[in-house]
Ligand binder design. Structure first.
Ligand code: MN
Length: 242
């Protein structure tokens, strides 16, 4: 069985969401062969050298799951794209390149965070192109931690206020970008998060039946995951705390 989650946006200011996640790792995740985290596990990630005890606790919980025999794979999101090898080692998690094609019960499936599909938000795509270069990453991570956190704090504030004025359609996936991704990777199924619009979409690309599974985000009182087993695929709610 393979489980998929994304968009937990874990942050010290939301202890209830962190408790839900703890319960998930100690509960359903333990019976999974593989847990895929498709990005935005954290509200932000300032660098692997951030010694915030909140991050350390989450990493330790992931590690405990891995020690129990569940493989954890991670595709970073737009919030936690600065996650690196230090995190991977501490959390016993495998960092996967995005996009990623995996075999799920014999069917090739495309995995991605989902922000690259939101091409109508041109301002975001321009920003993304800048911050996802090796040069930006190197230069930014070389700055003192406090400076990085201040910069991220500004960004988060700006993003919150922009979200209030950006039309909802701009923040969703673009149909042509979705079709292009199916074509480019030659798959008939994809899973992504980012838009917080949990759904299973059936669509036709060049006459071929395709499926797009969109993961939901986690709130303080409810999480969710996609369960993929030989018996089928299903979204499951999660409300168990620990
Ligand atoms: Mn996202």
């Amino acid at each position: 069985m393979v489980l998929f989650i994304s968009d937990l946006h874990l942050h010290p200011s939301r202890p209830a969401a962190a408790a839900l996640f703890r319960g998930f790792l100690a509960g359903p995740a333990r019976s999974a062969d593989t847990l895929w985290i498709l990005g935005d596990l954290f509200e932000y990630w300032a660098g692997d050298d951030d010694d915030d005890p909140f991050n350390a606790a989450v990493c330790a919980e992931l590690r405990a799951l891995a020690d129990g025999g569940t493989r954890i794979c991670f595709i970073c999101g737009n919030r936690d794209f600065l996650i690196g090898r230090g995190f991977a080692e501490t959390a016993q998690t495998t960092l996967a390149e995005e996009p990623q094609v995996v075999d799920l019960d014999g069917q090739a499936t495309l995995l991605l965070h989902g922000d690259t599909l939101c091409t109508d938000d041109t301002a975001y795509q321009t920003f993304r192109a800048t911050v996802r270069t090796a040069d930006f990453r190197r230069d930014f991570l070389a700055k003192p931690l406090a400076e990085r956190k201040a910069f991220i704090g500004d960004l988060r504030q700006r993003s919150e206020s922009e979200k209030q004025v950006k039309p909802a359609a701009i923040m969703d996936t673009n149909a042509q970008a979705v079709a292009a991704a199916f074509r480019r990777h030659g798959v008939a199924r994809m899973i992504h998060g980012h838009t917080h619009r949990q759904a299973r979409h059936g669509l036709s690309v060049d006459g071929r039946a395709c499926e797009r599974w969109v993961l939901g985000d986690w709130r303080d009182d409810a999480g969710n995951y996609l369960e993929c087993s030989r018996d089928g695929w299903a979204f499951r709610p999660w409300t168990g705390r620990r």
